[in-house]
Ligand binder design. Structure first.
Ligand code: NAI
Length: 702
């Protein structure tokens, strides 16, 4: 490359005695083979020129937002990133990374190879490789500790956290916070930084700051706890610590070796599957309408969910009008919102100023007419069809034309609710999970008449709130609760057949679930499902297997944690096996003439996961979920299914057909149906194919 030329994605220009290398690989300047080649050529060219320094900058809205994730699953094509970084270090001129947008993963590692880093206030920096089942592979684990120290480097590398520029400046990850945004001014800031310190400063040659052993221990323990025993997390810790003891060159070689192994590990493929699944889940095939503009959100019902959703919308920065049914409940809700904000301030989560700003965006009222100017109104009132229909009728009369009407119902038929309005096209479901300001999942429910623009608006809203959207058709329990109910039912069968609640919970957590099904039931309250079962009792199919144990627990006043007893006893908040529960279980078995038998942990896991897979197959067959990967996203984000497995379907696609058939049989026998209702093999066929492609690519055949 000669001066003022480019290879299509990387260009070199000489400006005022400085070389300016611009990366222009839309949309996010991902570090592809062409980008790496272009940078190498530009560096070779500028090295022989008489310039005072070199600035590397990204065109468009970001620096290098990361490497092209698809490349990690196949043999890497040269030139590789460490070679590019070595060329930056060997360049005779000082090189400055001028960062806006994101410098993540390989993008941040490239910046760490530069002599200086300046960043705009909106920039974020970080090393997310660990969250993708790998470790940094181009020096991140060695250069970062030299800037921030071992303990901070462990926290940053193991969490993959995106660090905002101002914090990055405090930590030492960047040299200068450039109070500028346009690309040109950023380049000038890069030039100014070089003029202020016109020397080479290879990070790899710097000493690691002396570490506080206690701080390192704490960071390590926190990372391991969060990392749930995944091998890449302990490797990342080991590598960061190597920076203290090994010469940089040797440590860098070790890091590269570990990275090369881990990038083709089971975890890494599963996490890449989820990475793409999460993005696919937010799209509806065949729909490409622009979203409506949402300037004000209305919420009806200020209970558990209404308040949580309200906090989420305020945090995202939209004004909210929240309606409760009478002055008393209005005042109670307003007070609860204020207390939640105060609590967040006292825990240091937000500043008093931010809390005040959020409260200024909130209007609490008991007059439904106050919703007239809202663009989207979401109801979170009691789970009762008559109440919801009444409300929808009233809202329909008040809301302006085009306003969207949404329901947060967990189980009810939203088509039925839409039918009482004059605007069924504007009706959607927005099913949040509790606590709504914390849980990432948001099921966007598509009724039989939801219009394209309503759905596009609902998906936009999910993204605006930083939620993970998954689109579901109307069905009892939508995607998530429906599959989870099948799993919970299977857990009850297991107990009736002979396992203890502790056995089942232990097998679930050993598989990797955050909590077992009975611990979850006790936490959310057994009375909610009990009330639903009582409502459905008259219409229940008498031929299906029904376990009385949860009803009997509730009849004994055991609703879970809140009554200090459910499946477990709670002594000083700690769960203990319960003699009362054991007696109820024994009585229930005796009443049905069941002789309890020992069930192995593996058999428990097979039946639990088999139940999930079976119900997932039905959910897909009935068209409730659009694609298999949406189910993985739902279970991982809403139900504590272990992320590193890639979700239940990705996990299943890695099992033999024989073991899947065994799992299905176990579920069928337990349900007493003699056959499974969903075809699991059909469902996972596309994922099995994806795995075969991966195997070929790993071997370099494709
Ligand atoms: P909740 O009982 O805590 O709150 C309901 C609130 O609605 C109460 O404050 C009540 O005063 C108010 N309300 C009732 N009728 C009203 C009306 N006509 N106008 C204004 N306000 C009215 O119930 P929760 O748990 O917040 O559930 C609300 C909805 O969200 C239900 O449909 C539920 O199925 C759904 N949901 C609940 C989840 C949970 O974990 N609790 C999770 C996801 C959805």
């Amino acid at each position: 490359m000669t001066t003022d030329q480019n290879n299509g994605v990387v260009s070199l220009k000489i400006r005022a005695g400085f070389g300016i290398i611009t990366i222009d690989n839309p949309p996010v300047n991902a570090g592809s083979t062409a980008v790496r080649t272009g940078i190498l050529e530009a560096l070779a060219d500028v090295s022989s020129q008489d310039v005072q320094g070199v600035v590397i900058v990204g065109a468009g809205r970001t620096f290098i937002a990361g490497s092209d994730i698809r490349e990690f699953g196949a043999p890497l094509v040269p030139p590789k990133l460490p070679q590019v970084i070595a060329a930056i270090e060997d360049c005779p001129h000082p090189v400055c990374a001028a960062i806006h947008g994101a410098a993540l993963g390989g993008g941040f590692e490239l910046a760490l190879g530069c002599d200086l880093r300046v960043a705009t206030p909106d920039a974020v920096l970080g090393l997310p490789e660990v969250t993708l089942g790998m470790v940094p592979g181009a020096g991140g684990s060695q250069r970062l500790p030299r800037l921030v120290g071992i303990d901070t480097a462990i926290s940053l590398v193991c969490s993959g956290r995106r660090v905002p520029a101002s914090e990055a400046k405090t930590l030492g990850m960047i040299d200068t916070l450039a109070d500028t945004t346009p690309e040109d001014a950023l380049v000038s800031a890069g030039i100014a930084a070089i003029q202020a310190a016109p020397v080479k400063r290879k990070l790899r040659d710097l000493p690691v700051p002396p570490a506080d052993p206690q701080a390192v221990k704490t960071a390590e323990a926190a990372a391991l706890r969060r990392g749930k025993g995944r091998p890449n997390v302990s490797e990342a810790i080991r590598l960061v610590k190597l920076s203290e003891t090994l010469p940089a060159q040797e440590a860098l070689a070790q890091e590269r070796g570990v990275f090369q192994n881990l990038r083709v590990s089971e975890d890494a493929f599963a996490l890449r599957h989820l990475f793409f699944a999460e993005r696919a889940a937010t799209r509806i095939d065949g729909i490409d309408a622009p979203p409506n503009t949402i300037k004000r959100v209305g919420l009806v019902g200020g209970g558990t969910m209404g308040q949580g959703i309200c906090r989420a919308v305020l945090a995202a920065g939209l004004p909210v009008t929240l309606i409760e049914r009478d002055p008393d409940s209005r005042d109670r809700t307003a007070l609860a919102m204020q207390q939640a904000m105060d609590g967040a301030v006292s825990k240091g989560r937000i500043t008093a100023q931010v809390a005040q700003h959020r409260m200024d965006l909130l209007t609490v009222s008991d007059q439904i007419q106050d919703l007239a100017d809202c663009d989207l109104v979401l109801e979170a009132v009691f789970e009762d069809m008559a109440i919801k229909k009444d409300l929808f009728r009233s809202l329909d009369a008040i809301l302006k034309p085009g306003a969207i009407l949404a329901s947060n119902t967990s189980y009810l038929d939203i088509d039925d609710m839409a039918s009482v309005t004059s605007r069924p096209g504007n009706v959607v479901g927005l099913h949040f999970f509790s606590p709504a300001d914390v849980m990432k999942l948001l099921e966007v429910v598509r009724t039989s008449s939801s219009s394209q623009s309503s759905l596009a608006t609902a998906l936009w809203f999910a993204k605006f709130l930083n939620k993970q959207a998954v689109v579901s058709r109307v069905a009892e329990g939508f995607i998530g609760n429906r599959i989870y109910s099948a799993y919970r039912r299977q857990a009850e069968f297991l107990v009736e057949d002979g396992a203890t609640p502790e056995d089942v919970d232990k097998a679930a957590t050993e598989f990797g679930f955050a909590m077992g099904p009975f611990a979850v039931g006790d936490m959310s309250g057994l009375d909610i499902a009990w009330n639903m079962r009582k409502r459905q009792a008259a219409t229940r199919n008498p031929d299906t297997r029904y376990v009385d144990i949860p009803d009997w627990l509730c009849e004994a006043g055991r609703f879970g944690r809140k009554t200090k007893g459910g499946y477990y006893d709670y002594i000083n908040g700690k769960a203990q096996p319960s003699a009362i529960t054991a007696k109820i279980i024994a009585d229930a078995r005796a009443a049905k003439g069941i002789t309890p038998r020992k069930i192995s942990p593996k058999a428990i896991q097979d039946r639990l996961i088999g139940a999930i897979l079976n119900e997932a197959a039905l959910v897909l067959k009935e068209g409730i979920a659009q694609r298999p990967s949406d189910i993985d996203v739902t279970l991982v984000h809403g139900y504590g299914f272990p992320r590193w497995t890639g979700g239940p379907l990705w996990w299943a696609s890695g099992q033999t057909q024989h073991s899947i058939a065994d799992m299905s049989d176990g579920v069928a026998v337990a349900a007493g149906t003699g056959h499974v209702s969903g075809d699991i093999e059909d469902m996972i066929a596309p994922l099995r194919e994806a795995r075969q492609d991966i195997d070929k690519r790993k071997l370099g055949h494709a």
